[in-house]
Design a protein around this ligand. Structure first.
Ligand code: DC
Length: 227
């Protein structure tokens, strides 16, 4: 069994399954689950709701520093995996809107934004017994994590997953449009100078193309048990 206080970092590209896998894993272990993408999305939403332009980097950093963002267990049972509070207001679904999706990579590549959010993420993990998912959790946020997983999947499989997820929520989108959006986000996330998307040297790569969610969770549990 994992030792007390265990910290698990899961990273991977857009729609690699991090969130749903991380949530299930946390549930099975009785750990806290934190999706760091939601924190970047909340800052992006705050910027879009303000009169700050998306080119004004310093002002965007000010928004990141000045916003109060909280991730809690679900406050409503409406299919959400967690609740996102932005300045005390429920922003759980708003952070998943197409507008946020279109701008989140642009906002999260700003070094000052990442700096502003780093302490917050580390504070959330400080008590251990946590599954934290994102892009740079194993490399930057929690380099001392007990277990680091990097999920990979082909762009086509990821586009199909995202398409099905949106349809299940009653939203319309073309699979081709989704594929283009995720390739563009992959490009920005992996090429940015600060904390680019890449596996930590000691991360275990899990190819999820041919695995179900439960199979990915089982593979991670096996790693945790040291099998
Ligand atoms: O995982 P997601 O799609 O919710 O993430 C949204 C964006 O947030 C992603 O395109 C890049 C950014 N992000 C990041 O830069 N670092 C993280 N640890 C998590 C997300």
């Amino acid at each position: 069994m994992p030792k007390r206080g265990t910290v698990i970092a899961i990273d991977g590209p857009v729609a690699s399954g991090k969130t749903v896998v991380g949530k299930k894993l946390a549930e099975q272990l009785g750990y806290t689950f934190v999706d760091t993408g939601a924190i970047y999305r909340a800052v992006t939403l705050a910027v879009l709701r303000s009169d700050v332009s998306l080119d004004a980097e310093d002002a965007i950093v000010g928004v990141a520093e000045g916003s109060s963002i909280d991730i809690t267990s679900p406050t409503i049972q409406d299919g959400r995996l967690y609740t996102v509070l932005l300045d005390g207001q429920d922003a759980t679904w708003a952070v998943r809107s197409p507008e946020v999706e279109a701008h989140v990579s642009q906002v999260s590549r700003i070094p000052g934004v990442r700096r502003a959010l780093l302490g917050k993420q580390r504070a959330l993990a400080a008590r251990g017994r946590i599954v934290m998912v994102g892009r740079d959790v194993g490399t930057v946020v929690l380099p001392d994590a007990d277990l680091k997983i990097f999920l990979v999947a082909s762009p086509q499989v990821r586009a199909r997953r995202r398409y099905e997820e949106l349809r299940a929520r009653g939203q319309n989108a073309s699979q081709e449009g989704i594929l283009q959006n995720l390739l563009e986000r992959d490009r920005i996330d992996s090429q940015r100078i600060v904390a680019p998307l890449k596996p930590a040297e000691d991360a275990i790569l899990v190819d999820t193309d041919h695995l179900s969610i439960d199979e990915v969770v089982a593979a991670i549990l096996r790693e945790l048990d040291g099998e």
